[in-house]
Design a protein. Sequence first.
Length: 94
Amino acid sequence: MRVDEHSLTDPVSSTATRAAESQRIQVDTAAISSAAAATAGDRVDLSGLTGRISQTMQALANQSAQRAGQLQKDYRAGRYQPDAQQIASAMARF
């Protein structure tokens, strides 16, 4: 990497560079503000969607817990008869 020592010690050049960059930042900020004003009518509401997703996930969790509880009862009572063909097919898919 090459360092230009002249630009490091020249206060006039560095001041001009900082002023130009400051001006560029102000122009960029103005462009962003005008773009935001143009889209001020747009709105996204995720709270309703996230609420429905949360309810669905809770319902699925409850169903899974109920199914696991029923399988546990059936197994303990000796009524659980797994289908070997279904198990083999499920294992082959993975």
